[in-house]
Design a protein around this ligand. Structure first.
Ligand SMILES: NC(=O)c1ccc[n+]([C@@H]2O[C@H](COP(=O)([O-])OP(=O)(O)OC[C@H]3O[C@@H](n4cnc5c(N)ncnc54)[C@H](O)[C@@H]3O)[C@@H](O)[C@H]2O)c1
Ligand SMILES: O=C(O)[C@H](O)CO
Length: 312
């Protein structure tokens, strides 16, 4: 069996060696321009069109959780990957616990009013503020898939009411589940902290806009861990100015790197990180990929297959 590998920024040698160790019976090679030799599987991130075009592969693995970029490439380049070649993505592979750390630490930061205390410190003011109550700090998670469910689960032990919104109803113990566009309004009403973990699809682009923000609890908080295009930045800035949104924590942006003149940089109530909420971890990713390939080769059912029409 032959596997080709391409990632624009990962250390290919490291990955190839680790893949060879995990699957000693497989020939793994880094794909380079002009390589048209046959392969069974391709492991990719932002692959050049010519790497995949015309290949008869058994499967393609995206080396991340989100497949918006590769699906965008496929629709811009008809014929890049035949419709019957399955596309897989990474499910969790260590990203779940990273998302949990990120979300829990930031929710606690807001809940314990460290943002307010930081602002008071800037003014050299010693002032004790009233405590927030857990019951007034409902956390709502947009997208209750692999990562959203893990984030929901990690917030429960802290005593926050937790709810989620997804396409179909979920049964996560202790989490109130809302489903579909008809229940979005009820989900938003009373949500004090909104955490976004939706995939980027035509249905979810621009979802976090003025109308959605208006339906959240007063003095709410917004955390975007999914994709920048979900948030209408001008609407978020307006909601910050009006006080409707008290603070935002953003990991992803409609343009990355975020341009230096973007007003989000300077906003005192916006915190940000450069798309690092959850990294692809080689050991866990390779374990998932080798396990999935093993199952595919034995004709068994696997998870992680992307629905190319649905967009995630
Ligand atoms: N910032 C980062 O570092 C980082 C890292 C990994 C993943 N991500 C993002 O997180 C996203 C989620 O990852 P995942 O593995 O949990 O995905 P997933 O496919 O397991 O979960 C997606 C969830 O969104 C819901 N959903 C999709 N479309 C919907 C719609 N129109 N209406 C309501 N619900 C809808 C689904 O029902 C599902 O619950 C990825 O697509 C990626 O963009 C970001
Ligand atoms: O989708 C993912 O895996 C991360 O956001 C990296 O882009």
């Amino acid at each position: 069996m032959d596997i080709i590998f391409y990632h624009p920024s990962f250390n290919s040698d490291y990955w190839i060696n680790a893949l060879r160790k995990a699957m000693p019976q497989v020939n793994v090679r880094a794909w380079t321009a002009g390589d048209n030799a046959p392969a069974d599987y391709a492991l990719v991130w932002h692959p050049p069109v010519e790497m995949l075009k015309g290949r008869k592969l058994k499967g393609v693995f995206a080396l991340g959780a989100g497949v918006d970029a590769i699906l965008g490439q496929l629709s811009a380049n008809p014929g890049m990957l035949a419709d019957d070649i399955p596309l897989f993505r990474l499910e969790d592979t260590g990203m779940g616990s990273q998302m949990q750390e990120y979300a829990v630490s930031q929710v606690l930061h807001w809940f314990r009013r460290f943002d307010d205390y930081q602002a008071l410190k800037q003014q050299s003011r010693w002032q004790q503020l009233e405590e927030y109550a857990h019951g007034d700090f409902t956390v709502g998670i947009l997208g209750a898939g692999v990562l959203g469910s893990k984030v929901a689960e990690s917030l429960l032990p802290w005593g926050f009411p937790v709810r989620c919104w997804s396409r179909s109803r979920k049964s996560l113990p202790g989490v109130q589940s809302f489903a579909g566009p008809e229940e979005l309004g009820d989900f938003l009403q009373g949500t004090r902290v909104l955490i976004n973990l939706l995939p980027n699809t035509p249905e979810t682009v621009g979802l976090i806009n003025q109308s959605l923000l208006n339906q959240l609890a007063e003095h709410c908080y917004v955390m975007n861990l999914a994709r920048g295009v979900h948030v209408v930045e001008a609407d978020l800035l307006a909601a910050l100015e009006s006080g409707k949104v008290k603070g935002a924590m953003l990991d992803v942006f409609s343009r990355e790197p975020l341009p230096a003149d973007n007003p989000l940089w300077a906003h005192p109530r916006v915190a940000m990180t450069p798309h690092i909420a959850a990294f692809t971890r080689p050991t866990e990713a390779i374990e998932f990929i080798s396990h999935t390939i093993g199952k595919l080769e034995r004709g068994e059912t696997v998870s992680g297959r992307v629905d190319r029409v649905r967009g995630y």
